[in-house]
Ligand binder design. Structure first.
Ligand SMILES: C[S@@+](CC[C@H](N)C(=O)[O-])C[C@H]1O[C@@H](n2cnc3c(N)ncnc32)[C@H](O)[C@@H]1O
Length: 283
């Protein structure tokens, strides 16, 4: 199911990108970016420097996206926008895509613009100082589908590229679960990838705490420590390879070495039995 990403190096003008993301437009050179072919999304997917290139986790997640015309989707930690683009391709009315990496914000805008979907994607930069899952989502906004491939590992990222894999105290996932009831439309759901088996225990605790029903709907291959190092090295953009190795050794290597790694796809919905109790309690 997961096919090899094909690489092609292209150039993207930083001037245009600067206009798109609102950073300095004085940069005169063109930034290199790669065009890769991935599952789920038709046509080339641009990958900007420092942005998570997409990998087995991203592809497993996008393969489970089912969107009907008119649905509204939130993509938390959009990266290149692979999941946002999958949803738009399937007819989503609107996708709100968020990321803490300004280059990812520019990246998904670029990938959407290439397909004529600029008006349908609302890309929002998460401020570094307020990194909750709904930091840039209005309290009243609700979505039919919330999709996320969050950083898997606890630790301290030393730069924004590392935030693709590391999240101090699992703040993103914790806040994602905490606010789910508030931000899901009726019959809406969260579709997310994470890592098992250890990560799943944490998700179960969060689901119990926030009154959610959780189920694993798919699993990737079981990856041992040496394989995991290879996967992470390969999946980071070439510019990030050395960073990929360093954080892999520093954070993920230890955790995976002790606990193993298997990417899991989960669905979470508000627990209907709790909703019944809540309705009965309020009447
Ligand atoms: C594993 S990558 C997934 C990217 C993309 N969705 C995919 O599947 O390829 C995680 C993404 O989450 C972003 N991220 C990390 N912390 C975040 C936060 N607090 N809020 C929003 N995005 C965040 C990272 O910059 C990165 O783009």
């Amino acid at each position: 199911m997961i096919q090899e990403a094909k690489k092609r190096t292209n150039r993207w003008c930083a001037i245009a990108g600067g206009l798109v993301i609102g950073i300095s437009t004085t940069l005169s050179s063109c930034l290199p970016h790669q065009d890769i072919i991935v599952p789920c999304v038709k046509g080339p997917l641009a990958v900007f420097p420092t942005v998570y290139k997409s990998g087995g986790d991203s592809w497993l997640l996008c393969s489970h996206i089912r969107v009907h015309a008119g649905m509204e989707v939130l993509d938390v930690g959009t990266g290149t926008g692979i999941q946002a683009l999958t949803a738009l391709q399937q007819g989503a009315k609107r996708v709100v895509a968020t990321d803490i990496n300004p280059m990812a914000v520019a990246n998904v805008r670029y990938n959407a613009a290439r397909r004529g979907w600029t008006e349908k994607v609302d890309v929002r930069l998460v401020p570094a100082g307020d990194a909750g899952a709904y930091a840039v989502v209005h309290p009243d906004e609700r979505f039919d589908l919330i999709v996320s491939n969050p950083p898997f590992f606890d630790g301290n990222a030393v730069n924004v590229a590392e935030r693709a894999g590391i999240d101090a105290g699992h703040e993103l996932v914790s806040s994602l679960f905490a606010g789910l009831r508030q931000h899901l439309a009726p019959r809406g759901k969260l579709l997310m990838v994470f890592w098992g088996p250890a990560g799943y225990e944490m998700l179960r605790e969060l689901a119990a705490k926030w009154g959610l029903q959780l189920q694993i709907i798919d699993r990737g291959p079981l990856i041992d420590t040496s394989m995991a190092k290879w996967v992470y090295n390969e999946q980071h953009t070439s510019a990030e390879t050395s960073e990929g190795i360093s954080w892999m050794k520093r954070v993920a290597g230890d955790e995976i070495g002790k606990k193993g790694l298997q990417v899991i796809v989960i669905e979470a919905v508000p627990d209907p039995s709790l909703m019944k109790h809540m309705r009965e309690g309020s009447s």
